[in-house]
Design a protein around this ligand. Structure first.
Ligand SMILES: NC(=O)c1ccc[n+]([C@@H]2O[C@H](COP(=O)([O-])OP(=O)(O)OC[C@H]3O[C@@H](n4cnc5c(N)ncnc54)[C@H](OP(=O)(O)O)[C@@H]3O)[C@@H](O)[C@H]2O)c1
Length: 432
C-alpha cells in the first residue's frame, strides 16, 4: 500500500478533528485513495495539554519546523493559524524542503501568500488551502478546478459564520448587537481576539482576497479591500429593513470594474428574494456569476473543526492522487496587479435612518436637501404609529444609486441641523 506521510502542526479545533477522522476512517480512506494516510509527526504549543485525541502514539515535535526537515514526510499540514510568525516560517521551510503543504490559514495567505505561492510553483509543490475559505464548502476547487474555463464576472457571499450568526440571532430574538455578541462568545463561536477579526469584517475580507485572486487572477493583495464591520448595526435597522423587504447581512463581493479591482465587505440590506438573504445561523454561502452560469450558489458550514477538516482531507486526497492544478488557478507570473477601484466609482443604493424631532416641515427639508444634491429618493418609510412624545422619531429613506461621497456630504449637512437628533445611519443596499 502506498503511504502519504503527513505531519500536522496545530492540534486545535481543526487539527484534532483531522486526526480523529484519519484514525476512525483508515480503511475507508485506503479503499478510496489506495493510499494509507499515515501521520508521522505532530506539533502544538503545549505537549501536555488535555486533548480529545490521544497524541501519545505519534512522534512529538516541540518545534514544528523540524517536521518539515524529515526525509520521509510528504505533506505538512499547517493548522496553527498565526498570521505570519511560526506559520509562515513552517510553510516556507516545508516548501524549501520539497514538502507539499495544506493550510487553513486565510489571514496568512491573504497578507503574505504571494512569495509562498512563488516558492511552491518553483518547486512544483502543492500549497493547498481549501480550508481557508468558507470552512467545509468546497469553494476553492469549484472555482479553480471545476469552472476554471468559465469567465467569472462576480463573486459575492457571506464568508464569516460568526457575524452571520450574530445578525441572524439579532433578527430572530429582537436582541441588540452587544447581547448577541455575548451569546456568541459563550457558545464558543468567537473569542475576544477572533471577534475583532470577525466583527470588524477582516476575516471575511481575508477570504475575499483569496477569492478575487482565484476568480480574476489578481495578485494577492489584502490592501485592495474596502472593509466595514457589523458593530454599528442596530436592531432597529434590522427591523426597519424587514419592513422594507430586506435582511441585513455582512456581504463580501469581488469583481473587476473598468480594469480596477472592487473588493467590498460591508453590512448590506439584501432583498428577501436573494438566496444570500436566507442564509441563517452560522452558515456561509457564496454566489458565483460567470459567462456560463447566471448563479452558482453554494451554502454550508463555513467553520467548525469537523467541516473544516473535511476540506483539509480533500486537499490531502488530491496530493495523494497527484492531482495537480496551479495552486491559485493561474501561473504565479500570470497574476495581474490590479489597482483598487476608487471610492468615487462605487455606487450603491442606500438605506438612510435619520432620527428627528417630530415637527412639521422636517420631512420636506430633508427631501429638498436630497433633491437639491441630485440624490433620487426611492422610498420613504412611513413613520411608526404610537410614537412617544418628546422622543426623536425615525425617518427611513432609501435612495436610488448614488456615489457614497455625494450622500455623505448631504448627511454631514443634515447632522448639523437642529432637528436631527442622532448620528445618521447609512447602509448600502445589495443589487439583486
Ligand atoms: N476553527 C475553524 O472553524 C476554522 C475554519 C476555517 C479555517 N480555520 C483555520 O484553521 C487554522 C486552525 O484553526 P483552529 O480553530 O484549529 O485553531 P486553534 O483551535 O486555535 O488551534 C491552534 C493550534 O495551534 C497550536 N499552536 C499555537 N502556537 C503554536 C506554536 N508556536 N507551535 C506549534 N503549535 C502551535 C495550538 O497548540 P495548543 O493546542 O498546545 O494550544 C493549537 O493546537 C487557522 O488558520 C484557522 O484560521 C479554522
Amino acid at each position: 500500500m502506498n503511504k502519504l506521510n503527513i505531519c500536522i502542526a496545530g492540534i486545535g479545533n481543526v487539527g484534532s478533528e483531522l486526526i480523529k477522522s484519519i484514525e476512525e476512517n483508515k480503511s475507508y480512506y485506503e479503499k478510496k485513495s489506495s493510499f494509507q494516510f499515515n501521520i508521522i509527526g505532530v506539533s502544538a504549543k503545549n505537549k501536555n495539554k488535555n486533548r480529545n485525541v490521544d497524541i501519545k502514539k505519534y512522534r512529538w515535535f516541540d518545534d514544528p519546523i523540524e517536521m518539515s526537515k524529515l526525509n520521509d514526510c510528504n505533506v505538512i499540514v499547517e493548522l496553527i493559524g498565526q498570521e505570519k510568525g511560526i506559520s509562515y516560517d513552517l510553510i516556507e521551510s516545508a516548501l524549501n524542503n520539497k514538502k507539499h503543504v495544506v493550510t487553513g490559514n486565510k489571514a496568512l495567505i491573504a497578507n503574505y501568500g504571494k512569495e509562498l505561492f512563488k516558492l511552491a510553483e518553483k518547486n512544483s509543490l502543492a500549497l493547498s488551502f481549501e480550508a481557508a475559505v468558507a470552512g467545509g464548502i468546497p469553494i476553492i476547487k469549484t472555482i479553480k478546478n471545476n469552472i476554471n474555463l468559465n469567465k467569472i464576472s462576480k463573486i459575492s457571499g457571506i464568508l464569516n459564520g460568526t457575524t452571520n450568526y450574530i445578525l441572524s440571532k439579532m433578527e430572530e430574538d429582537n436582541l441588540s448587537f452587544d447581547e448577541v455578541l455575548e451569546i456568541a462568545k459563550e457558545k464558543g463561536f468567537t473569542s475576544d481576539h477572533e471577534s475583532k477579526l470577525d466583527i470588524g469584517g477582516y476575516d471575511a475580507a481575508h477570504k475575499l482576497t483569496i477569492l478575487s485572486t482565484l476568480g480574476f487572477g489578481s495578485v494577492l493583495n489584502f490592501n485592495n479591500n474596502f472593509i466595514d464591520g457589523i458593530s454599528n448595526v442596530k436592531i432597529e435597522d434590522i427591523n426597519f429593513a424587514k419592513q422594507l423587504g430586506y435582511r441585513i447581512k455582512l456581504i463580501s463581493e469581488t469583481s473587476i470594474v473598468n480594469e480596477k479591482i472592487f473588493n467590498f465587505t460591508s453590512p448590506k440590506l439584501i432583498d428577501y428574494s436573494n438566496p444570500l438573504a436566507n442564509v441563517g445561523d452560522a452558515l456561509n454561502a457564496i454566489n458565483i456569476e460567470t459567462d456560463h452560469l447566471d448563479n452558482l450558489f453554494l451554502e454550508g458550514q463555513g467553520a467548525g473543526g469537523k467541516p473544516t477538516a473535511s476540506s483539509v482531507l480533500s486537499d490531502l486526497y488530491d496530493i495523494s492522487q497527484n492531482i495537480t492544478f496551479d495552486n491559485l488557478g493561474f501561473k504565479v507570473n500570470d497574476l495581474k496587479e490590479f489597482n483598487k477601484i476608487s471610492s468615487d466609482n462605487i455606487v450603491n443604493r442606500y438605506y438612510v435612518r435619520i432620527m428627528t424631532e417630530d415637527k412639521p416641515g422636517v420631512l420636506s427639508s430633508i427631501t429638498n436637501l436630497f433633491s437639491d444634491t441630485g440624490i433620487s429618493v426611492e422610498k420613504i418609510l412611513q413613520l411608526p404609529e404610537n410614537v412617544k412624545l418628546d422622543k426623536p422619531i425615525p425617518i427611513i429613506i432609501t435612495t436610488h444609486k448614488i456615489q457614497k461621497e455625494i450622500l455623505t456630504n448631504v448627511i454631514n449637512k443634515l447632522e448639523k441641523l437642529k432637528f436631527v437628533k442622532e448620528k445618521i445611519t447609512l447602509l448600502p443596499i445589495h443589487d439583486n
